[in-house]
Design a protein. Structure first.
Length: 397
């Protein structure tokens, strides 16, 4: 089975002064067009009218002809059109109840990025030249593109630490399904240990943010002492804070990539919990640790890699009492406080709380995949049902 998957390859590059100035102007124009279009669509909505992409594209043409916005003609028109398409997609996600209402882009806080399609760049012999530029970008090719790859979309961005990146989207024929295997694993996430597998293995939590907390606090104190405004010293201090955050993010992402790749290569089926991480981080005492663990990033990486390599990821209901259920006899405990890490069942089995939860997660996931039912805790009364159709489970009082 051959499946050509479109994949983004991201590289760092060092722009010349002229290229940096051109890209900075493009970022500003993209932000301006996005905000103008969002304001126009929001104003039309108050009049109970709807504005689509074609209408905002016509507005862009009119804006370019005005004296106030004539500078929009100085940059490539493709990133500006792409900004309008991104806004259209944001509204589609909003009306589809998949996202919140689109927000205006900020000069200081929003991501600096511009997207180019094939008509706005030239890629020949490993040299990428963008529209309005005379020289190719100085890309650091840390890994090769697929042989014969032809990028369809190029995205140029600059992060808060001042690093420049270029992302090339192209088809990767090397991504093929892995040989099938009968291995399956249940995964329980945690804070003391990042992952607990149903095999009994525990993956330690690196706690990247905690390791850099002293350096981060020092950089933030220096930044707080700078006078507010657009001064060079304050900007320099801000970049130092951003570099610490970038160091934390890079290490965390690298660790998660290695973990998810290993799980996908070794197992045919991976069962996880459908956690509501956005609600969990509202807990003030655990929010920092949960954010550092990056459970949402772990799940997203696991899912798209499983799709690449022909594996299956099953997410069980978040209310399933995996920690309170004995994985041997199926008895359900009444309570299980967080400080209890080991407990003994009436059947005589002593459980490690997390390993037992991972085994139960695997069991309910395999049951759901085979018969379309979700395992429920066994009742104490005879005749209690052990499996029902998949549906949202509620907390019992």
């Amino acid at each position: 089975m051959t499946t050509d998957v479109k994949r983004a390859f991201k590289y760092r590059f060092c722009p010349t002064d002229a290229q940096a100035a051109e890209l900075s102007r493009t970022f500003g124009c993209v932000r301006k067009v996005y905000n103008l279009a969002l304001a126009a669509r929001s104003e039309a909505w108050t009049r109970q009218q709807r504005v689509n992409y074609d209408q905002t594209s016509a507005m862009l043409t009119a804006w370019k002809r005005t004296e106030e916005l004539a500078y929009l003609n100085e940059v490539s028109s493709v990133p500006l059109q792409q900004a309008l398409r991104h806004l259209q997609k944001a509204f589609a996600n909003f009306f589809g109840k998949r996202a919140k209402y689109p927000r205006f882009k900020s000069r200081k806080k929003s991501r600096k990025a511009a997207e180019y399609t094939t008509s706005a760049f030239r890629f020949r012999d490993g040299r990428l030249t963008l529209a309005k530029m005379a020289e190719p970008l100085g890309i650091v090719w840390s890994r090769p593109l697929p042989e014969g790859a032809s990028p369809s979309i190029v995205t140029v961005s600059q992060d808060a630490a001042g690093r420049w990146y270029v992302s090339l989207v192209c088809e990767d024929p090397s991504l093929q399904p892995l040989p099938p295997t009968h291995a399956a694993v249940g995964v329980d996430v945690g804070l003391d240990h990042l992952l607990i597998l149903s095999t009994g293995e525990k993956v330690s939590n690196p706690r990247h943010e905690r390791r850099e907390r002293a350096r981060l606090a020092k950089a933030q104190r220096k930044f707080a002492r700078k006078a507010k405004g657009d001064g060079a010293n304050r900007a320099k201090a801000r970049r130092k804070v951003a570099r610490v955050y970038a160091r934390i993010t890079d290490r965390r992402r690298d660790h998660l990539h290695k973990l998810t790749t290993r799980l996908v290569r070794e197992n045919q089926t991976i069962v996880i919990e459908d956690l509501a991480v956005q609600n969990m981080v509202k807990n003030g005492s655990l929010a920092r640790a949960i954010s550092d663990a990056a459970w949402s990033d772990f799940r997203s990486m696991l899912e798209y890699k499983a799709q690449w390599y022909g594996r299956a990821v099953i997410a069980i209901d978040r209310w399933f009492p995996s920690s309170k259920l004995c994985s041997v006899c199926g008895a359900l405990q009444d309570t299980m406080p967080l400080h209890v890490r080991e407990w003994a069942c009436d059947c005589g089995t002593t459980h490690d709380r997390d390993v037992n939860a991972a085994k139960n997660i695997l069991a309910v996931g395999l049951t759901a995949s085979v018969c379309g039912a979700g395992v429920r805790p066994q009742r104490s009364t005879p005749g209690g049902q052990s499996a029902v159709k998949q549906k949202t489970l509620r907390r019992e009082p």
